[in-house]
Write a protein that binds this ligand. Sequence first.
Ligand code: GLN
Length: 538
Amino acid sequence: MATTTKYIFVTGGVTSSLGKGIIAASLAKLLQAQGYRTTIQKLDPYINIDPGTLNPYEHGECYVTDDGAETDLDLGHYERFLNVPTSQANNVTTGRIYQSVIEKERRGEFLGKTVQVIPHITDEIKHRIQILGNSGDYDIVITEIGGTVGDIESLPYIEAVRQLKWDLGEHNALVIHLTLIPYLSAAGELKTKPTQHSVKTLMESGVQANILVCRTEHELPEELRDKLARFCNVTKESVIQSIDASTIYDVPNLMLEQGLDTIVLKKLDLESNTPNLDQWNAFLKRHKNPNSEVTIGLIGKYVELQDSYKSILESFIHAGAENEVKVNVESVHSEYLNGDNAKAMLSHLDGVLVAPGFGERGIEGKIDAVRYVRENNIPFLGICLGMQMAVIEFSRNVLGLEDANSTEMNANTKHPVIDLMEAQKTITDKGGTMRLGAWDCKLTPDSIVGKLYNTEIIKERHRHRYEFNSDYKTQIEAKGMLATGLNPETNLVEIVEIPSHPWFVGVQYHPEYKSTVAKPHPLFIAFVAAALKHKKNN
Ligand code: GLN
């Protein structure tokens, strides 16, 4: 098979949660910094068509791409590290693979053949892996296989990798196996046996790992590297240690020190140079040497889990570095917040972000939080549901529309200031049917957003069904909450601001999906700056 694109597969062994996404993103960063056009793809072995219908408690945040794909949160890491947009092609699930095979079967495209896991499902997986490579846009495609080697549901993926590795030939594809070297504190020893077993499991499927990346809490001694090399059929230089880091943004440098990029390029028969990480390292320096700090409250209902608001937390890291301040994010559970305790819970904060979300649970707490920060001049950023809560709060407490609400929470409210979008009214399916992906928004020039984006038309990513009800726009604006961003075609209100407040912005879209190390999001930068100013003035 003639090919110009090189393929790297990343598999996982021993346990889940070893950070395959971060390793894949870090390697991609190093390859990109050597001038190779690199992208990363994630294959997820579950049956949901996409993670859009998954509870954030179960699967963490759902990350949305420009083209409106609801994807795994690892794609967020890929974009944050590489500053290159991903798309639907970068995340494929078993559900989607089966869906396309079954649709083909219904169209009669298999010409009477019995449709089977092998070859039909594996062929579809191979096809999905090569879509990015065949686009001509990339020199290297890194494919992360979700799950752990040995899982029943991963088997067709491993088989597809085996076939592709064979089809593509030596120097065109390789497998990196990410594994765990546990430390037994009672024995004071690092143990290699689980890794030996997971490499063996991979070999039982006919796949030889070419490189081992070993997650470890302690330095791997020489003799242990020797042992791993000997028992796992890899060269010693291909045993890479990935020691716990204080920030995920250190991982590219840690991989560079271990020579991961060099060994990968050597095996792929590609030229290797010194990666240019100047911009990356400048960011790290700012991130690690803040001049001051601010504390921002994150009001949501999934606050126990870091992964549920992953992109928001990362956006604060980027914006903090840009402002040279450390941003402490204090999680506040909206279900436990009310008008009586709002002062105790929020008055010490330098800024408050009300998070995106769905459903009724915890929304009254969000509304009380908005009221407190609006009345007490604390900088506020509302994202998606957070923006909708700001509109409801303003309608109730400033316009006096007592039962103002979203029809998502109360279908019979007298004042549906947030209402189901027209285009949503006939939709019954839940999966992939929201208003998704990048949409244009026209900004009011002298507003907060008009000044900070420095352009008239922006494109931001959306994921919602409900929207500001324009029937209330005149009333709301007359009392001082302005619509400063509108969709140029439909006039949907995408941004609200209160000019009489020091910094109060609500956005219907998700700025957090577009913040990267190379390009921290202007809205987060300005919000952190406003929090810093608030802190100084108080
Ligand atoms: N539940 C709201 C809607 O569908 C907000 C969605 C969100 O915050 N992503 O419009």
